[in-house]
Structures are given as structure tokens and as C-alpha cells.
Design a protein around this ligand. Structure first.
Ligand code: 1MF
Length: 180
């Protein structure tokens, strides 16, 4: 994944727990890099190892770490210079969710090593929709819960996210019920 993702993990940990805890997590994850570069692709194993080490050091479950990260990602990318890009993807929660693939096409045009997930919306009503999440990457279901909640905060649209189907339970992709 692009270094931007690892930088977001670093920023989240440092902001909430401080420099020393970040160094501890990096050491436990056997990460040698002193700093991540946003535009450089890194092996996914680095990100997964950081998440794993964070669960041990912070005493949280993987689901808690991933959901917190997902929520933070929306804030972090807005701060890091991707605010215009996020603005272009929509002015409301349902509009943004429907434009996620387009957003990733935009990013992928610049960053050719991007391996974007894919999202589909269906059953769209005034206050709910069903979100389908397709990814080559395993075990990130709770991150998507956090991403959607982070978008809910971005658009002042508090929402609930329920997992209807997941790859953990043998389905070929994850399905979420979102209500606001
Ligand atoms: O393959 C990748 O490196 C990759 C990195 C980030 C693929 C996707 C993403 C974004 N995605 C992270 C979880 C991926 C889970 C998976 O692969 O199954 C979050 C997608 C998302 C979902 C809901 C709401 C918002 C979301 O993200 C918005 C977004 C998406 C991509 C970027 C920023 C915000 C982005 C921007 C610049 C990037 C990489 C990703 O890299 C650059 C590009 C130019 C200069 C510097 C860095």
C-alpha cells in the first residue's frame, strides 16, 4: 500500500499515544523505516504488521484498531492535501459512497501501483443503503465500518453500520447495512 496509509497509522498512534509508543509498535512490527514516503508503494505486510503490533502494545482487538484507523483515514487524508479530491467525490454520505470507485480511478491514474478496492451501493433510500465491498486484501472489514463512520462525521450525518455478510463467514465479499 502507498506510504500514505502507513503515515496515517503513524499519525494516529503518535497523536493519541505519543512518540514512545509508536517506536515500540514499530520495533514489534520489525519496521526498519525511519519515515514513510506518501507516494512510495510498500508491501502490504508492513501495514498488517503495524496493525498486529498495535493490538499487542495497546491491548486492543484488531477490529478496534482497524475501525479506529478507518475513521481516522477520512480526517487524515482531508488534512494531508486530499481535501479537494474528497470534496469532488460528493457532498453527502450516500453520494460519496456511490462515487468511491470514481475516486479510486482518479487516484489510480496518478499512482499506478494502487490496488483499489471496489464498492457498490444498492437499495438506496432517504436514510439507508446497502454497501458491497470487494477487495483483494483480507480481513479489513472493520476498517470499512470506521471509514463509513468517519464519512458520517465529515458530512455531519451520524450513521450506524452493521455487517450483513463477511468473508470471515464464508461469503465472497463483505456487505454492510448503513442507516443515518
Ligand atoms: O493500494 C493502495 O495503496 C491503496 C491505498 C489506500 C488502496 C486504497 C486506499 C484507500 N482505502 C484504504 C483502505 C484500503 C482497503 C482495501 O484495499 O481493501 C480507503 C478507501 C476509502 C473508503 C471509504 C472512504 C474513503 C476512502 O478513501 C478515500 C481516499 C482514497 C485514496 C486516497 C486518499 C483518500 C489516496 C490518496 C493518495 C494516495 C493513495 C491513496 O497516494 C498518493 C497519491 C499522490 C501523492 C501522494 C500519495
Amino acid at each position: 500500500m502507498y506510504g500514505l496509509v502507513n503515515k496515517a497509522v503513524e499519525d494516529l498512534v503518535k497523536t493519541n499515544f505519543g512518540e514512545a509508543i509508536w517506536e515500540e509498535i514499530k520495533a514489534k512490527a520489525s519496521v526498519k523505516e525511519t519515515a514513510f514516503s506518501s507516494m512510495q508503494p510498500y508491501p502490504d505486510s508492513i501495514t498488517y504488521n503495524l496493525v498486529g503490533a498495535a493490538t499487542e502494545v495497546l491491548g486492543l482487538t484488531a477490529a478496534q484498531v482497524l475501525e479506529t484507523f478507518g475513521e481516522y483515514w477520512v480526517l487524515f487524508t482531508a488534512q494531508e492535501g486530499y481535501g479537494d479530491m474528497l470534496n469532488m467525490a460528493g457532498k453527502t454520505l450516500p453520494e460519496f459512497l456511490q462515487n468511491l470507485d470514481m475516486l479510486h480511478v482518479r487516484v489510480g491514474n496518478l499512482m499506478t501501483d494502487l490496488k483499489p478496492p471496489s464498492f457498490e451501493c444498492e437499495n438506496i433510500t432517504e436514510n439507508s443503503l446497502t454497501l458491497h465491498y470487494f477487495s483483494d486484501r483480507p480481513a479489513l472489514t472493520p476498517m470499512v465500518v470506521g471509514l463509513v463512520k468517519g464519512l458520517g462525521k465529515r458530512f455531519n450525518t451520524p450513521c450506524e453500520v452493521a455487517i450483513l455478510e463477511s468473508r470471515d463467514t464464508g461469503h465472497d465479499h463483505d456487505v454492510f447495512a448503513i442507516t443515518w
